[in-house]
Design a protein around this ligand. Structure first.
Ligand code: NQM
Length: 361
């Protein structure tokens, strides 16, 4: 398909699939259905999602960062990779399209979407798709059920934060070869009087103790968002953590995610509240959970003292709507920590068709 021009997009629509990926929801596109120029693409995506507007009433966005997401998929030229996945976070109230992070939840929909669009053939009862995460340079494998050449979305897997059951998507994510797990090389850093662990196991996060903010860590996302004092302190720390993690000026970016840790209450390893970064996550991102799980295994890291002894790879992370299970393997060789992670998510095709962007004003 040729790259659409702006007027044709408004008149004829753009091919788009709406999918739930894990506990998020997003608009999935083939790269060839969008403008190649990033500025033109982002302008179009803002008009498709209905941003900026707190209700996103004139577009597909769901008025929350977790439902204002875009995945762009293309055949890959890389060895051993089937498709490339670019994630874009579309601002809800701001006219921003940020690419500094990936999204492990939308990742769950990438394999099924690649099969739906004919980029990868289904192979019998289970299909495996190798995915390059363009935002981070990491690579992932997604394995999910297929039948008669199509993805199967129905199944018995539950994930907290999503009602009902669906087919499980097994995700395994490994860091690019040169990416350190601890960007500063240290298990802890001091910022503004706080002890912080800066870690990136697929998602750059800063880990802090909830009790340092006068919180017990069981507060609801709404209560945390309403606490302007805490939100301002967390944002100050984020702006300082970004450059330390090699992310540069993060004022207009959505990373690092700021995660407050407290002791587990429901049999998990630790309890979490994640600022993403202005709203507070109603559960926790897949890769955020993988970053927390890796930190719990590093002696001295924030949270390592809160978690009891961790046997094996499995880590149960508590969050505001239940728990998520992350399997993390951490190694330490020649002074360098490395990790890979795997988890089970579900994804569902919600809608497939043409989306009509609002015209340019
Ligand atoms: O950490 C939310 C989500 C995410 C990120 C966010 C994610 C992850 O829950 O893997 O998926 O980044 O704001 O979708």
């Amino acid at each position: 398909m040729t790259t659409p021009d702006a007027a044709a997009a408004v008149r004829d629509g753009i091919r788009c699939m709406l999918m739930r990926g894990g506990t998020s929801k997003g608009a999935y596109f083939l790269a060839s259905d969008l403008p190649a120029d990033p500025a033109a693409r982002d302008d179009l995506l803002l008009r498709i999602m209905g941003s900026p507007d707190p209700r996103q009433i004139d577009g597909l966005g769901g008025a929350h960062p977790l439902t204002s997401k875009v995945a762009i998929v293309s055949p890959s030229t890389a060895d051993d990779i089937d498709v490339d996945y670019l994630f874009l976070q579309v601002g809800v109230e701001t006219a921003t399209v940020a690419d500094a992070q990936t999204c492990g939840n939308l990742l769950a929909g990438i394999g099924p979407f690649a099969v739906e669009r004919g980029l990868v053939p289904a192979t019998g009862e289970r299909t495996s798709v190798r995915i390059r995460l363009l935002n981070t340079g990491d690579a992932a494998t997604a394995v999910f059920p297929t039948a008669d050449g199509r993805p199967q979305y129905d199944g018995d897997t539950t994930i907290d934060g999503v009602p009902g059951t669906a087919a499980g998507v097994e995700l395994e994510v490994g860091a690019g070869p040169d990416k350190p797990l601890l960007p500063t090389g240290r298990a802890v850093d001091e910022i503004d009087g706080h002890t912080v662990t800066l870690i990136d196991n697929g998602m750059p996060v800063a880990l802090l103790r909830a009790d340092e903010f006068g919180l017990d860590g069981t507060e609801t996302p709404d209560a945390l968002e309403a606490d302007a004092g805490v939100a301002a302190r967390v944002e100050r720390l984020r702006l300082a953590a970004g450059p330390l993690m090699g992310l540069g000026d993060v004022a207009a970016q959505t990373v690092p995610k700021m995660i407050l840790l407290s002791p587990a209450r429901d049999g998990g390893a630790v309890s979490t509240r994640a600022f993403i970064p202005t709203r507070v996550h109603t559960s926790i991102g897949v890769l955020m959970a993988a970053s927390v799980a890796a930190a719990l295994r590093i002696p001295g890291a924030v949270g390592s003292d809160l978690a009891g002894p961790l046997g094996g790879d499995e880590t149960v992370i508590e969050h505001p709507s239940g728990t998520t299970v992350s399997h993390v393997r951490v190694t330490h060789a020649d002074g360098v920590w490395r990790a890979t992670s795997s988890s089970t998510r579900t994804a569902r095709k919600l809608f497939d068709g043409l989306v009509f962007p609002r015209p340019r004003r």
